[in-house]
Design a protein around this ligand. Structure first.
Ligand code: AMP
Ligand code: ZN
Length: 465
């Protein structure tokens, strides 16, 4: 598997450091509002990354944080006059519901920033002890970027040419305004009831320290992969590296990956520009989760993607072509076990595998899938039920990465375990021989094992009861 490492600025071979489990940190949502589909472009890219690692036979331990305390969440809660936790709760819930709608595999851990304040205070304390952070007059703590020689290595900053020496109190700023950044922010009037006691007085963590503290807690001081949208690269990820490496003296992350933005008329889709659609907006317009997912992952993740409704309509047509093909295969395969995979399916899967392993080249992966659709349609008449089942199995393998084909139609397509498949086969034979008593007793046996059988003119299908 090869991926583009933003730190090395080149394509590199990727495998988990321990050879078995990839440790992956994905910057999660700031829960001050509903996530928009630009955010979901990042989460969908990370899902394809995760699924590709799994496709290659490795395990994944993914941690995705919930930023539930920062400038924006505090502003929102105080404007609404409710406690911070009450303000962020519905947005957290909406985020998880939206992930399901987009068939995004859940991470192993979803740490919330407000549950990890002691870890953040400990990390800031360590940086102060090491002399790379200092307390300012107002009781905030800043990271001294000049004290960490590696500062700027991710964003490739020509530090000396740009240094302004100013401090950045806010979490987001641009490359032209590099300066010492806040690790801990002293309480101020506008924070209202939000604040925690610390060695530097009452205050709250800066955004960047949240991710360094939570990633190292769950994934160790050095881990495999860290990702986000390209806007996270500077200052957020640059600062995460500085905080972690200055504290531990070890490399923080082996591979950094960033996706390009989802844009609207050439501009980044963002809350602040007001040019955004939430997932809910699109569902209300009648689009399905799988159609939206298709559009988000169809373009290569490092290419800018301009959002357009026509793309959603095209996705609907493309998915219908896939459905027609897989439905026909399923009807013909009935309950046959996969065997004798046709050559065209073997070669499509090999093209698919090469594509996803080439820096998650999803456009080529979809091309391989549509080659399979074309070949299967052309060969359908001459394929045996076992061959049809094998071609379906090939679709299923591809869909482990793409997550669009069987998504939403899962009930007819679940992976049937071999013992159930054997019973189904017997039952198909019994029905062909019009032995209804045997057919019924097999149905009861299958039901006792937790599966429901449905009969239709295309044969029987089984789903988990
Ligand atoms: P935020 O909630 O702003 O911290 O963003 C959550 C994630 O969405 C981060 O990984 C961002 O980099 C990413 N993101 C924000 N806007 C876009 C966009 N228009 N296109 C792609 N990713 C984005
Ligand atoms: Zn982060």
């Amino acid at each position: 598997m090869k991926v583009y490492n933003s730190l090395a600025r080149s394509i590199e071979e990727f495998k988990p450091e321990d050879g078995a489990e990839a440790r992956l940190y994905t910057c999660g949502p700031t829960v001050y509002n509903f996530a928009h589909i630009g955010n979901f472009r990042a989460y969908a890219f990370e899902d394809v990354l995760r699924r590709t690692i799994e496709f290659n036979g490795w395990k994944v331990k993914q941690v995705q944080n919930l930023t539930d305390v920062d400038d924006k969440t505090i502003r929102g809660a105080n404007a609404a006059g409710i406690p911070l936790a009450e303000y962020t709760k519905p947005y957290k819930e909406a985020f998880f519901a939206d992930l399901k709608t987009l068939n995004i595999e859940p991470a192993e851990v979803y740490p919330a920033a407000t549950d990890h304040i002691p870890e953040m205070i400990a990390l800031v304390s360590k940086l102060v002890e090491k002399g790379v952070a200092y307390k300012s007059d107002d009781g905030s703590v800043y990271f001294n970027v000049r004290a960490f020689p590696g500062y700027g290595k991710l964003a490739h900053i020509d530090f000396d040419a740009q240094r302004t020496g100013a401090r950045c109190a806010s979490d987001e700023y641009d490359k032209e305004n590099i300066g010492d950044f806040a690790l801990w922010k002293a309480w101020e009037e506008s924070d209202g009831p939000v604040g925690w006691d610390s060695p530097w007085g009452r205050g709250r963590p800066g955004w960047h320290i949240e991710c360094s503290a939570m990633s190292m807690k769950y994934l160790g001081e050095t881990f495999d992969l860290h990702t986000g949208g390209i806007d996270n690269l500077f200052p957020h990820h640059e600062n995460e590296i500085a905080q972690a490496e200055a504290a531990t003296g070890k490399p923080f992350v082996r591979t950094w990956m960033h996706c390009a933005h989802l844009r609207v008329n050439g501009q980044k889709m963002s809350k602040s520009l007001g040019n955004f659609f939430t997932l809910r907006d699109l569902l209300e317009k009648g689009f399905a989760g799988r159609e939206i997912r298709y559009v988000l992952i169809d373009a290569h993740y490092r290419q800018g993607l301009n959002f357009a409704f026509t793309a959603l309509e095209d996705a609907r047509k493309s998915l219908a072509r896939i459905d027609t093909c897989t439905d026909a295969l399923a009807a013909k395969a009935a309950s046959a076990a996969p065997a004798q995979t046709p050559e065209f399916a073997v070669s499509a899967l090999s093209d698919f595998s090469a594509a996803v392993n080439d820096d998650l080249n999803t456009p080529r992966a979809f091309a391989a899938l549509f080659n399979l659709v074309r070949s299967a349609n052309a060969a359908l008449e001459s394929l045996s039920p076992a061959e049809c089942a094998a071609v379906l199995e090939t679709f299923r393998r591809m869909d482990k990465v793409l997550g669009v084909v069987f998504f939403g139609k899962a009930e007819a397509r679940e992976d049937v375990p071999p013992e159930i498949a054997a019973l189904l086969e017997k039952r198909a034979a019994a029905r062909a021989a019009k032995d209804w008593a045997l057919s019924d007793s097999l149905r009861a046996e299958i039901a006792a094992a937790g599966w429901t059988v449905k009969d239709s003119k295309n044969g029987q299908t089984a789903s988990r009861a």
